[in-house]
Design a protein around this ligand. Structure first.
Ligand SMILES: C[S@@+](CC[C@H](N)C(=O)[O-])C[C@H]1O[C@@H](n2cnc3c(N)ncnc32)[C@H](O)[C@@H]1O
Length: 416
């Protein structure tokens, strides 16, 4: 399956190994002065010393008991029986989109992902899946034509760094722009439906020209394409997280498609958000369910304040490895109000409880971050903490992916 196409420009094969992360060409090393570097070194030294002391018991006693989450993400996406439709997953990461389609009853023909740790996550959770990771998972190296009769849906989230507001937003000038590879796969396989996901910034005016020229134009001869945003809390995920989706339907196979409708609402009234009370009453009277706040979802005690968790940032898209999920200054303020510490995420709940932050707020662990992203507790992430939270922060919240998959399933059923 992994044959190089003759006469194509040399694909990026010289990418090293992807077991850790920094080796991949799309990680930008940060340009630090020696003075800045030594400040970071000092901070890291202090933090690992505090962690070592905490974990060996030389510390203030745990302030927070180990939490038992109230949110059960699996209930947001009940497992459906197999529906016979086949997906190909590109840029699979730690499996947010893959899980949503899987739980909606789709089968995966194969998943392609360059990071070895993310590939290991997929294989460990779904040993029967055909997962290509590392060099053989590099989508640039694959001739897709052999899949042409065996795929109904292609889904994938090309890396967001070229568009993310946290980066330089170079768009098509950024060599990490892999939309052309996604488009090549679609045009070689010609699935009935494709779904591409990215950060909301890609829907901004700044990238209007890019979207038109590099996504819509090459595909719109054969596909009718819908562009829409979805927010994670509209599907019960306790996080502020909006993503843009491009959904294409093959013109010669007319399907009747409608984007997913929200299943949940969040009551912002306790957070100073300017939500109109009448709108809230309307929501309550509707059939929508209430989305939990971050504290409630994590099973933390009531402090008289709760809110959606700020967007979880993926450390993998930043300039250095980090165990922080902090995305902005306003996010820091919100985490502070929530009395949750978003830095130095611990591997497990037990370690988090032992390692008390200076401000005595609740320290997050990898399973907590996964929960706030809508992953069921049974889905485990491979790799060190920074790789695990990197996969989580990069993912489509699985309940959102599930409802997208259901909307596609309905379209197929409508044409049957
Ligand atoms: C935004 S994440 C996708 C997240 C995924 N859709 C999910 O829901 O979990 C983009 C992924 O593309 C992967 N990637 C980057 N370059 C790649 C390449 N050339 N081939 C395959 N995967 C690549 C990254 O390692 C990253 O996991």
């Amino acid at each position: 399956m992994n044959r190089r196409i003759p006469n194509r420009p040399a694909a990026r094969t010289n990418l090293g190994h992807y077991g850790h992360g920094t080796e991949a060409h799309w990680y930008e090393p940060r340009n630090l002065s020696e003075a800045e570097r030594s400040v970071f070194r000092e901070m890291a030294k202090k933090s690992s010393e505090a962690k070592r002391r905490a974990l060996s018991g030389i510390c203030i006693s745990p302030v927070h008991a180990i939490n038992f989450p109230r949110l059960k993400p699996e209930l947001l996406m009940p497992q459906l029986k197999r529906n016979g439709l086949r997906c190909l997953s590109l840029f699979s990461g730690g499996g947010g989109l893959d899980m949503g389609f899987d739980r909606a009853g789709f089968d995966h023909v194969a998943s392609y992902e360059i990071l070895t740790a993310a590939g290991q996550t997929l294989s460990a959770n779904r040993p029967h899946w055909k997962v290509f990771s590392g060099d053989i998972g590099n989508v640039s190296n694959v001739d897709w034509r052999s899949y042409s009769e065996s795929v109904d849906v292609i889904h994938g989230g090309p890396p967001c760094q070229p568009f993310s507001s946290a980066g330089r937003q170079l768009g098509h000038k950024d060599e990490r722009n892999l939309f052309p590879e996604f488009i090549r796969a679609v045009l070689e396989i010609k699935p009935t439906v494709f779904l591409a996901e990215n950060v909301r910034a890609l829907a901004n005016n700044k990238f209007k020209g890019f979207v038109q020229e590099f996504i819509l134009k090459p595909l719109s001869q054969e596909y009718r394409i819908l562009t829409f945003n979805l927010g994670a809390s509209s599907f019960g995920v306790p996080q502020v997280r909006t993503r843009v989706f491009f959904l294409g339907l093959r013109k010669d196979k007319p399907l009747n498609y409608n984007p997913p409708e929200p299943t949940h609402y969040y009551d912002h009234s306790g957070t100073g958000h300017r939500d109109k009370p009448s709108l809230l009453r309307l929501m309550e009277a509707s059939s929508l369910e209430r989305c939990m706040g971050a504290r409630e979802a994590l099973g933390l005690p009531d402090i008289g304040f709760d809110a959606l968790a700020p967007t979880i940032r993926s450390g993998l898209t930043g300039p250095r490895h980090t165990t922080s999920i902090l995305s902005s200054v306003s996010a820091l303020k919100r985490w502070h109000q929530l009395q949750i510490w978003p830095n130095g995420v611990a591997k497990g709940r037990q370690e988090a409880s032992k390692f008390v932050p200076d401000n005595e707020h609740f320290r997050l662990s990898v399973p907590d971050c996964a929960l706030l992203q809508g992953f069921p507790a049974s889905w485990c992430f491979s790799g060190a903490v920074y790789l695990a939270i990197g996969q989580i922060g990069n993912s489509v919240a699985p309940p959102v992916a599930y409802h997208l998959a259901l909307s596609i399933l309905k379209a197929f059923c409508s044409s049957a």
